[in-house]
Design a protein around this ligand. Structure first.
Ligand code: C2E
Ligand code: CA
Ligand code: CA
Length: 422
């Protein structure tokens, strides 16, 4: 079987670094040949390929199509290709180098890395025993293939997410935060949304872990901070002539940002570029983010205080921060996690925790936002307990910036209290 040239030349003859991320292979072309050195696999994004075992008489042993991997043995095993792969139709392939997989491992937790390295080593030994001179595909190979497919899917999603950021598909939506005493809108929390061209709206629960794992969280956070500043300007353009205090916007910041010294430098440059009145922009950080590197966190929070960016502790009550430590932190707001609000009706412990947090906040002199207020009874209970601020579906779901602009001008302040006194 000859090697038919492609727009990239025969893949077999290209150095790995010369192979692009996505490779188009016309029907009839050999993708790689049995016996050749292999140090990469391919995910079939589109098309069908045939697997041929060469010998006295070449023998077809199967086909692979969209979503399946070919040549994946080389990702962990290296060495010679076990079969020849021929494109049956025009194919679009995603190139996955062994080096790319190993790079993922570089940034991994050292214990995880040691475990994976050991397993890979054993796998290599097993494959060596099993495959030298043999081409049979055992059931453990299928299991391993599925693990590799998951890794490939992760790489693909990372790439999609990077492109989504570049194309402006990730934007902030805004959920109002309301003063419980009189129902006035006082600010918004910015919540990231990915509007995927095919999958529709993707929630942050799916893409934030992806952004964190792939090192793109810093880019996302910076993108959100800039959108928040634009939102501050936009929302105050529709202001009511000065009768209410200026609105604030909160941005969620990941633990990865907090421990990254470059993020502190970014904040300094950010306030120079976008001068904002003190407290109009806040970062929200979770208790657990604070605890991952308390000294660096403290230093970043102190910097925030100096440059006029506020700090809200998010999901408060779910982490393990020591109260004495909390006292040292320059905090502007505590946000009670919605799980306690949800639990209040059914269990007395949640109500006790909420009361304790409110007392603690009073001690350290910061207002509290109750998150996840969904029904009037919850709003009433929190108002009676003296909680200053509330956020949740009872008031509004997160909305686009344009809708938030309409919301601030049309939201009737006292509407919140009416069902409460009835
Ligand atoms: P979070 O910061 O605790 O945000 C509150 C979440 O609760 C949001 O979910 C919001 O839509 C939802 N929520 C608000 N009110 C209610 C309610 O009354 N009932 C219920 N059941 N849910 C309510 P969302 O937008 O899916 O965000 C989930 C999490 O993703 C956020 O939790 C935050 O940790 C993270 N996140 C969102 N945007 C960003 C971002 O820009 N950067 C970072 N690092 N994380 C983000
Ligand atoms: Ca938050
Ligand atoms: Ca929260």
């Amino acid at each position: 079987m000859g090697c038919v040239p492609t727009p990239y030349g025969c893949l077999l003859n290209l150095a790995p670094s010369a192979i692009p991320d996505i490779v188009f292979v016309p029907a009839g072309e050999i993708i790689f040949r049995q016996g050749a050195d292999g140090d990469c696999g391919y995910l079939i994004e589109d098309g069908v390929v045939e697997i041929i075992v060469e010998g006295d008489v070449p023998r077809s042993v199967g086909f692979r199509s969209q979503g399946e991997l070919i040549g994946e043995m080389a990702i962990v095993h290296g060495g010679k290709r076990f079969a020849t792969i021929v494109a049956q139709t025009d194919c679009r392939l995603m190139h996955i180098s062994a080096e790319r997989i190993l790079r993922c491992l570089d940034g991994a937790d050292p214990i995880l890395r040691m475990v994976v390295d050991t397993l890979l080593e054993r796998l290599r030994a097993m494959l060596h025993d099993r495959f030298d001179g043999s081409t049979s595909l055992g059931p453990d190979i299928a299991a391993r293939q599925s693990i590799i497919l998951q890794a490939v899917e992760q790489i693909r999603r990372e790439r999609d997410f990077r492109h989504a950021l570049e194309r402006g598909e990730v934007t902030l939506h805004f959920q109002p935060i309301v003063a419980l005493a009189d129902g006035a809108v006082v600010g918004f929390e910015g919540l990231a949304r990915w509007r995927h061209p095919e999958r529709g709206m993707i929630s942050p629960g799916e893409f934030i872990p992806l952004a964190e794992a792939s090192g793109m969280i810093g880019v996302l956070t910076r993108h959100c901070m800039e959108q928040a500043v634009k939102a501050l300007h936009f929302l105050d353009d529709g202001d009511d002539g000065g009768s209410r205090p200026p609105l604030f916007v909160n941005v969620n910041v990941s633990s990865h940002d907090l421990v990254d010294p470059a993020f502190a430098d970014y904040l300094v440059a950010f306030v120079e570029r976008w001068p904002i009145a003190r407290g109009r922009l806040k970062i929200e950080i979770t208790e657990s983010a604070l605890m991952s590197d308390p000294e660096q966190a403290l230093s970043t929070l102190r910097l925030c205080r100096t440059i006029g960016i506020g700090v809200a502790i998010d999901d408060f009550g779910t982490g393990y921060s020591s109260l004495s430590y909390l006292h040292r932190l320059p905090i502007d707001v505590l946000k009670i996690d919605q799980s306690f609000i949800r639990g209040m009706a059914a269990d007395v412990h949640s109500a006790k925790i909420v009361r304790t947090i409110l007392r603690l906040a009073e001690e350290i002199g910061v207002p509290v936002v109750s998150e996840g207020l969904e029904v009037p009874a919850e709003v009433l209970a929190l108002t009676r307990m003296g909680c200053a601020l509330g956020q949740g579906y009872h008031f509004a779901r997160p909305m686009t910036l344009e809708d938030a602009g309409v919301f601030v001008t049309t939201w009737p302040a006292m509407a919140v209290a009416e069902p409460l006194v009835a």
